[in-house]
Design a protein around this ligand. Structure first.
Ligand code: NPW
Ligand code: K
Length: 557
């Protein structure tokens, strides 16, 4: 799994590398700037135009054709008259701004016309940023931050690129008012996604205004087309701030991580991006080492059995050896008519469930989908928890936990809770309130913080759903299963999709996966199945994608 870092972890890695003497801060900054330029040309090869390679941009060609003769830029208006690649680079008061000066210089060296705006005092720039500022101003102009001039420049010229190097991992407070006004001025332009010839927006490290630890918007961020980060992606690239930008876009557009030569060393306590490891996947093909187990899925009463049937199908497809549906007697005929490979047991009440669970071969339980919210359902949840088996609780089971503190207290370390945002809020109202409060400073309280806190309180794994699903264990292990960027699968938000996820987790628990690993692997496979099917997906389709998904994964080198 890929590590996602916080700003403090990234700073520590950078500091260690510099202190060991293997690299200087200035070298890292140069590599960062170079990485941004590389990523821009990889993303939009048309911007790397061959004319620009000569260092002359498109201007010499135009001069030959009787066009405008090349001349040094004096003002935005002058620049507008020349036909060549144009960029505006917005630099901030820290090292993110330093990266911006490097980008500006490298583009200029390729023949681009580049206008640089600096937010802050040059004298207060940190040393490496100051060095790059001086290299830039040596023979080129720089503008002091001025909202009106920036807006005029963008309005009057046809720019190819806007580089946002104002704030990176060092954003510690809300965006200042004087940058915010300009930012908000950009937003309507950025939202015109289909506007012809709109400049490309590129964020250095992270869009300014987004907190790199939480993904939360410290006011004023605008969505970019491409975000270029360094060494490792940051948590903030993968957590969705409240109120995503218009059109379902994500703030970072696309995230590219450039290697800047820092050693890849394990960071204790780092959040990871879900992607099953080879050893996890081996468990799917190893038929000897791991028992395939027997999952018990509890069904609701007549007319409410579909959710459990889908969960059971998911458990079976993900590889539980056996799956049994525990069905209230009144729903038995309904269920029997619709399942084949799945077995049935009549379970009329909690006493009957306790009796079934005397059989130790039932090693995993899934319950909650359409279970009901009455006393009988609560008694079933209590009995299931008292059995101490690996248990996944979803939907109605989560609501029942919110209504009864004694029931909540029965949760144990082999449980997995799978709340969506509404259920999370009911289960952990105080934690949800912290997450919903408008952030006033960075690093802001994040969905990662909230899920870790919830897991600690519940004493079990919590999987907090969303396109940025966060999974945490009470010991602090934490991962994000992203359904964004190249894994965006908006069609996964379909009725019954959560029931299938419950089944996947129950099936993996039956196979002997530990609760954290079961939750991570199931969430990841769930998105893979949605991607495999594509738009038009209904929940029943999800388990049927698993054979193809697993075949593809197991043949991965
Ligand atoms: N780590 C690495 O390995 C590498 C890091 N690199 C680059 O460095 C970046 C991190 O640089 P950074 O630490 O200097 O922070 P950055 O984001 O530039 O901002 C700090 C400045 O902003 C100020 N400030 C903050 N909030 C503010 C607000 N709301 N309103 C106004 N001001 C505010 C803050 O002021 P202060 O809080 O100190 O008063 C300080 O002056 C990182 O994102 C990456 O691009 C690469 O070069 C290569 C290797
Ligand atoms: K930035």
């Amino acid at each position: 799994m890929t590590e996602l870092l916080t700003s403090a972890q990234m700073r520590a890695i950078e500091r260690a590398a510099i202190e060991s003497g293997e690299v200087t801060g200035l070298e890292l900054m140069e590599r960062a700037g170079r990485g941004v330029v590389e990523a821009i040309f990889e993303e939009w090869p048309e911007l790397a135009g061959t004319d620009a390679d000569s260092g002359a941009g498109g201007v010499d060609r135009l001069a030959e054709e009787g066009g405008v003769a090349p001349r040094p830029a004096a003002s935005p208006q002058d620049i507008c008259e020349q036909k060549k690649f144009r960029a505006v680079v917005l630099c901030g008061p820290g090292n993110n701004g330093g990266d911006g000066f490097v980008v500006a210089r490298l583009l200029k060296e390729r023949g681009w016309e580049v206008e640089v705006f600096l937010y802050g005092d040059p004298e207060k720039l940190p040393p490496d940023a100051l060095e790059n500022y001086e290299r830039w101003v040596g023979n080129r102009s720089i503008h002091k931050w001025d909202d009106n001039l920036i807006e005029d420049t963008l309005d009057e010229c046809e720019h190819d690129l806007v580089v946002d190097a104002v704030f990176g991992t060092g954003l510690t407070r809300l965006m200042p008012d004087d940058t915010e006004r300009t930012w908000h001025g950009f937003v309507p332009r950025v939202f015109s996604w289909h506007q012809k010839d709109r400049p490309k927006y590129v964020a250095v490290d992270i869009p300014s205004g987004i907190c790199s630890d939480s993904g939360r918007n410290l006011e004023g961020a605008f969505p970019t087309d491409l975000t270029v980060s360094f060494h490792r992606a940051k948590i903030g690239h993968y957590l969705l701030p409240k109120g995503p930008p218009q059109g379902g876009a994500v703030w970072c557009g696309k995230v590219v991580v450039k290697d800047i030569g820092l050693k890849a060393s394990y960071v204790a306590g780092a959040v990871r991006l879900c992607d099953p490891t080879k050893s996890t996947l081996t468990k799917f093909s190893d038929t000897h080492k791991y028992s395939h187990g027997h999952a018990l899925i509890l069904s609701g009463g007549p007319g409410r059995t579909g959710a459990a049937r889908m969960a059971a199908r998911g458990a079976l497809r993900v590889g539980a050896g056996l799956v049994t549906l525990a069905v209230p007697p009144a729903a038995q005929a309904e269920v029997a008519a619709q399942v084949t490979a799945i077995m049935l047991r009549r379970v009329g009440d909690a006493t009957a469930l306790a009796k079934v669970l005397e059989d130790a071969r039932f090693n995993a339980i899934g319950l909650g989908p359409a279970l009901g919210l009455d006393e009988e359902a609560a008694a079933l949840v209590a009995t299931a928890l008292e059995a101490g088996r690996a248990t996944v609780l979803d939907a109605d089971a989560l609501t029942l936990l919110t209504q009864d503190a004694a029931l909540f207290a029965k949760l144990h370390q082999n449980c997995v809770l799978t709340p969506h945002a509404g259920e999370f809020k009911r289960l952990f109202p105080d934690i949800a309130a912290k997450l919903e409060a408008a952030p006033l400073k960075g690093p802001a309280y994040s969905k990662v913080d909230a899920t870790r806190e919830a897991a600690k309180r519940a004493g079990c794994v919590v999987l907090f759903k969303g396109p940025d699903t966060v999974i945490a264990a009470p010991d602090g292990r934490c991962s994000i299963n992203s359904a964004q960027y190249e894994r965006a699968a908006t069609w996964l938000a379909t009725a019954g999709s959560g029931d299938v996820l419950t089944g996947f987790i129950a099936g993996l628990l039956a196979r002997g996966f530990d609760p954290m690993q079961a939750a991570e692997t199931a969430a990841w496979l769930h998105v893979e199945c949605a991607l495999e099917f594509g738009p038009g997906l209904i929940a029943e389709d999800l388990p049927e994608q698993l054979p193809n998904v697993l075949k593809r994964l197991l043949s991965r080198p």
